[in-house]
Unconditional design. Structure first.
Length: 270
C-alpha cells in the first residue's frame, strides 16, 4: 500500500511539474470553503473534487484502477479533476462583487495569475510537428508503410515496444499486433515473454529473436542493432527490411507468409 501511495504522489508531482496551478487551485478551494461553503453549487463542485482526489490517493482504489487502465497511465485519472471549473467559479464569485475600475483591474490580474501559474502547451517537448494525417510520430508512419509494402496482401503479426506499438493501429487499424500496450490482448504461450523482452531497458536481441520465432511473429520492430546484435537476429531467421528513426524493422523468413501464427485463423481481426 505504501508503494502505491508513493507512486500516486510521484504521478501528482510529475503531472504538475513546475506549474503553480495546484497552488492556484488550493487558493480557489480555500476561498469557496470559507466564503461560499453554503452555496449548493459549491458543495457539488467541491464534493466531486475531493472524491477524485480521494480515489487518486487511496491505495486500494488506485490498485483497482491501475488494473483496469494500466499502472503506467494511472496519472490520467487527474484529468477528472475539475481544476478549471473550481478556479473559474472561485474567481467569478470573487470578482462579481467588485465594481467599476476595480473589477476591471482584478479581471486582468486574475487572467494574469492563470497565465503565470500554468505552463504553455507549446513549450519544447510537449508537441512535435509530424507529416501524416493520423498525427502519429513519423517513424511510426514510416514503419507502418514499410511493413505494408513488404507484406503486400499477406496477413502477418507485428510486435513492437510500448512507444511504437500503441501508435501502429492508430495509423493503420488493419495491422495485426501480437500484443497491445503493456502486453494486453496477447494470446498464446510466450507472448508475455516477448513483450517483456522487447520493452526491456536493454535489448537482448537473441532472446527477442528466439521468442519471436517460436511465436511465428512475422515482423519485429527493435532499436537499430549493431553488427553483433544484427547477427543474433539473423541467426533465428530475421532479415532487416529497413530503418526509420532509431528503429529497425525485421521480417522472419524470406517473405511475410513464410510463417503463419494460428492466431490469425481464429477470427477476423479487421
Amino acid at each position: 500500500m505504501k508503494e502505491v501511495l508513493k507512486q500516486s504522489v510521484n504521478f501528482w508531482q510529475s503531472y504538475w511539474g513546475d506549474s503553480l496551478m495546484p497552488w492556484l487551485l488550493l487558493a480557489a478551494v480555500l476561498f469557496l470553503v470559507i466564503f461560499r461553503r453554503k452555496k449548493k453549487s459549491t458543495k457539488y463542485l467541491l464534493f466531486y473534487l475531493f472524491l477524485v482526489l480521494s480515489l487518486f490517493f487511496c491505495p486500494p482504489a488506485a490498485r483497482i484502477i491501475q488494473k483496469c487502465i494500466g499502472s503506467s497511465v494511472y496519472w490520467r485519472v487527474l484529468w477528472l479533476l475539475p481544476v478549471v471549473p473550481v478556479i473559474a467559479v472561485a474567481m467569478t464569485e470573487f470578482l462579481k462583487e467588485r465594481k467599476g475600475i476595480l473589477q476591471f483591474l482584478l479581471v486582468i490580474a486574475a487572467a494574469g495569475a492563470v497565465a503565470v501559474c500554468g505552463r504553455g502547451i507549446c513549450q519544447a517537448g510537449n508537441y512535435k510537428l509530424v507529416h501524416n494525417y493520423q498525427q502519429v510520430p513519423d517513424e511510426v508512419a514510416a514503419i507502418c508503410e514499410m511493413v505494408k509494402q513488404d507484406a503486400k496482401d499477406s496477413e502477418f503479426l507485428l510486435a513492437a515496444d510500448n512507444y511504437i506499438g500503441p501508435y501502429v493501429r492508430v495509423y493503420d487499424p488493419s495491422i495485426y499486433m501480437l500484443f497491445n500496450r503493456e502486453g494486453r490482448g496477447g494470446a498464446g504461450e510466450g507472448v508475455r515473454q516477448l513483450y517483456l523482452e522487447i520493452n526491456a531497458p536493454v535489448f537482448n536481441y537473441r532472446n527477442i529473436a528466439s521468442v519471436g520465432k517460436r511465436l511465428s511473429c512475422n515482423y519485429l520492430v527493435v532499436k537499430i542493432p549493431d553488427k553483433q546484435q544484427k547477427s543474433e537476429l539473423e541467426l533465428y531467421g530475421y532479415q532487416e527490411v529497413g530503418t526509420a528513426g532509431s528503429y529497425a524493422l525485421y521480417r522472419l523468413g524470406d517473405s511475410a507468409d513464410a510463417v503463419r501464427n494460428p492466431i490469425l485463423d481464429r477470427w477476423d481481426w479487421r
